[in-house]
Write a protein that binds this ligand. Structure first.
Ligand SMILES: CC/C=C\C/C=C\C/C=C\C/C=C\C/C=C\CCCC(=O)SCCNC(=O)CCNC(=O)[C@H](O)C(C)(C)COP(=O)(O)OP(=O)(O)OC[C@H]1O[C@@H](n2cnc3c(N)ncnc32)[C@H](O)[C@@H]1OP(=O)(O)O
Ligand SMILES: Cc1cc2nc3c(=O)[nH]c(=O)nc-3n(C[C@H](O)[C@H](O)[C@H](O)COP(=O)(O)OP(=O)(O)OC[C@H]3O[C@@H](n4cnc5c(N)ncnc54)[C@H](O)[C@@H]3O)c2cc1C
Length: 672
């Protein structure tokens, strides 16, 4: 059902803020979108999706029951998918079905997550990345046309991180030329897959492949789990939804068990390895981990996804902070806008800068991913370890940083930030999951650490290392870098911290081995340091990439846009330098005086950015329909919207709730 929202005048405080803007907002929007043409394309897609009002709900999702919420999400998913299929893909091009713009526009329909998200997000990319041309021809058109709807079922009740430990089996039967899928234990049940519980009729399943009596490790299979006509689970399939969770409330995350369920031989995704009709196993992949490709793809896309979520939270908190007034600074003076408090600016301006840092880095990461995949298609897998290390740490750090900054945005909105109608709790719970799914934070940083330790050893012995760790060639054998408070100096300090920490890990491992431990135990005992070293490496990559990309992308910008983009990048460098003073003292020659100067310059920068704060979030160009926020709308009519949303509470539908007569009154009368 559509809801009509009253159009309101812009709140005078926000209107005044917009008059202070000294840069061209559209230019910054174009930089964030990746060019003027990309902005136009995004707006066109948003217009198609939003102008028909299909996304608006009369009753907020959070006031619905679990069942109603799911049914409403399916209703909207079908409308949205139809628009994507019939109108939007024509604009992006079919090959760009995973365009972030499509993903972002979907947010206008769902405060939470669409049950179809994993279909386009993981099922389709797996078909593209793991199928032979024949398999692709069979399934991809059906999947893109929504003739089949898929999920990605890898994680099991007993194992998520350790993929090699998955228990589901796929045993080849050469007589019938079929695989028999089986779930031998309760812990082998698939668990978590989005869209699996009620929506999907197909899924990609990761299972241990057995043929000719031998186990060949985990492989991917495409499995039909429900009848296309009745939607009933097929015989041999036990499938359902896993129950309420912190977020993802409308994503019908599911469980799945197989009871000797048979699929044709052709349903093994055979791009990197195949099983012949007679059961002979043939591996063609040049790298053992190419079946993990969908995970790498999603890790890469998550960096931009984090930028988007952070830009939403920052827009809400900054617009609200411009309208909210609190506490007298001096007796009898009007209460200031809370955005005038430097402590509030400290909480929030880093969110704008981080959204830029992640967006610019994500574009660079995406280009790197595309280049490495093009090489892989030609048979060259040399750059895969570096891509894995890079995508792992950037996924871990971007999701973790986004989560803590979004929480800061909620704190910055006081009590009203706790309201679901602010949308901050939805954004937070969505992002909280990203720190875990697609590889947990710690686990992924330890993957990066493996790569870094090897790179450090190469650099130590005088060999050249790959580009993202090239700083090791300069710093591996240096004790402390000379502190220099320019941007180059700060970037070099981050590299020195990373090199210093990696070196310290290597020495700890070696010392432990010398004292009698085997390599595995020495590694295990060093993992706390290894995680910190990988995080430091990631920060070095982030500051360097953000800075370089900012300079590159603002080359032809107007002077004031250059200035404000520069200010944000400097803010990012200073913020993190001040967060890491202990490390700077350890690995650079920074003095107490240098740090005091840095703190003062940081505070001056907050003040310099203050007049442009609202316009900087306006530059994210997030329409109200995408923000879903009583606190963050463009007009800033916060109190009216909070009141309007309160009226929608089901508890306000009747003046007296029946429980009064049933319980409270008898209690008051001593009759209970
Ligand atoms: C309209 C919509 C359009 C589009 C949508 C677009 C985008 C979507 C945006 C947002 C998404 C929104 C919603 C999505 C919602 C939910 C999705 C959630 C999905 C999931 O969670 S799926 C399950 C994911 N699971 C994991 O990630 C598990 C994590 N574990 C692992 O990855 C691995 O087990 C491991 C890496 C931890 C270890 O693997 P292993 O044991 O097999 O390997 P080893 O540790 O022994 O390492 C050996 C060797 O291999 C190297 N290695 C490991 N992995 C890789 C890799 N992927 N690539 C290259 N190399 C790899 C490793 O480094 C070792 O190397 P070394 O040289 O020996 O050191
Ligand atoms: C909202 C959501 C959606 C999801 N969607 C899907 C989906 O669509 N498809 C799918 O297949 N899966 C999905 N998952 C599952 C997800 O990928 C896993 O939860 C994730 O990979 C973590 O695995 P786990 O839950 O087994 O955690 P565990 O591996 O059990 O981790 C628990 C803790 O142990 C630590 N730990 C584990 N191993 C190590 C180690 N080697 N060294 C140090 N510490 C370690 C971790 O850091 C963590 O703190 C989803 C999960 C969520 C939350």
């Amino acid at each position: 059902m559509k809801a009509n929202r009253p159009k309101r005048d812009v709140h005078p405080d926000l209107a005044r803020e917009r008059l202070k803007c000294n840069f061209n907002i559209e230019e910054v929007t174009n930089i964030i979108d990746g060019g003027k043409d990309k902005t136009l394309e995004r707006k066109k897609i948003e217009d198609i999706a939003l102008n028909n009002g299909a996304c608006l709900d009369e009753i907020p999702d959070e006031c619905l029951s679990i069942k109603e919420r799911y049914e409403n999400a399916i209703r909207k998913s079908c409308i949205y998918s139809n628009i994507v299929r019939n109108e939007m893909l024509e604009i992006t091009g079919m090959e760009n079905f995973e365009s972030p713009v499509l993903r972002r526009t979907a947010d206008a329909f769902f405060k939470d997550i669409s049950p179809f998200m994993l279909h386009l997000g993981m099922f389709v990319p797996t078909l593209i990345g793991q199928s032979t041309p024949e398999q692709m021809a069979e399934w991809l058109p059906k999947a893109l046309d929504m003739k089949i709807i898929g999920a990605y079922a890898q994680t099991e009740l007993g194992h998520g991180t350790f993929i090699r430990g998955l228990e589901t089996t796929a045993t080849y039967d050469p007589d019938k030329e079929e695989f028999v899928l089986h779930s031998p234990t309760i812990t082998s049940y698939k668990w978590w897959a989005g869209g699996l519980g009620k929506t999907a009729n197909h899924c990609v399943v990761m299972a241990q492949l057995y043929t000719q009596g031998e186990c060949h490790g985990t492989h991917l299979f495409i499995v039909q789990i429900r009848d296309l006509d009745t939607h009933m689970p097929l015989p041999g399939i036990k499938v359902g939804e896993i129950g309420p969770r912190m977020g993802f409330s409308s994503a019908d995350n599911g469980f799945l068990g197989f009871n000797s369920f048979r699929i044709p031989r052709q349903n093994m995704l055979m791009k990197h390895a195949k099983v012949e009709k007679d059961g002979c196993y043939v591996k063609s992949a040049k790298h053992g981990k190419l079946t993990y490709g969908t995970m790498v793809f999603i890790r890469v896309t998550l960096v931009s996804e984090m930028s988007f979520n952070l830009s939403k939270a920052a827009t809400i908190a900054i617009r609200y902070s411009a309208v909210r007034r609190q506490t007298e600074l001096r007796p009898n003076e009007p209460e200031p806008q809370i955005l005038d408090y430097p402590t509030q600016q400290h909480k929030l301006f880093i969110c704008i800068a981080t959204a830029h840092a992640f967006q610019l880095t994500s574009k660079w990461l995406w280009d790197t991913f595309q280049a490495v995949m093009a090489d892989v298609r030609k048979g060259n897998v040399d750059a895969l370890p570096e891509l894995h290390a890079l995508s792992s740490c950037l996924k871990a750090v971007s999701t973790s940083d986004a989560l803590s900054h979004i929480e800061q945005c909620r704190f910055a909105c006081g009590g009203h930030g706790y309201m679901l109608s602010s949308n901050l709790p939805f954004i937070y719970s969505f992002v909280a999951a990203t720190r875990t799914y697609e590889g947990d934070y710690t686990v992924l940083l330890l993957q990066t650490a493996r790569f870094l330790v090897k790179a450090w050893e190469q650099a130590e012995s005088g060999n050249n290392v790959t580009p993202t760790v090239a700083y090791l060639n300069r710093t591996a054998n240096t004790k402390r870098v000379v502190w220099d408070n320019t941007h180059e100096g700060i970037i070099q300090s981050f590299q020195a911290i990373a090199a210093g920490k990696i070196g310290q890990c290597v020495r700890s491992i070696r010392d432990r081995i010398k004292s009698g431990m085997d390599y595995e135990d020495a590694w295990l005992m060093t993992t706390v340091q290894l995680v910190a070293a990988a995080e430091a490496h990631c920060r070095a990559v982030l500051v360097n990439t953000y800075w370089n990309e900012m300079i590159r992308l603002t080359k032809s910008s107007s002077a004031n846009v250059k200035t404000v983009m520069h200010q944000l990048a400097v803010l990012y460098l200073m913020y993190w330098a001040l967060e890491k003073t202990g490390d700077l003292l350890k690995y650079s020659s920074v003095s107490k005086q240098d740090l005091d100067d840095l703190q003062r310059r940081y505070e001056e920068l907050l003040a310099a950015l203050r007049p442009n704060a609202v316009s900087l979030v306006d530059a994210f160009d997030l329409r109200d329909e995408i923000l879903h926020s009583s606190l963050g709308s463009y007009d800033g009519c916060v109190y009216e919207r909070l009141m309007e949303e309160a009226q929608k509470s089901p508890l306000n539908a009747e003046p007296v709730n029946p429980s009064f007569h049933k319980y409270i009154k008898p209690l008051m009368q001593g009759k209970l």
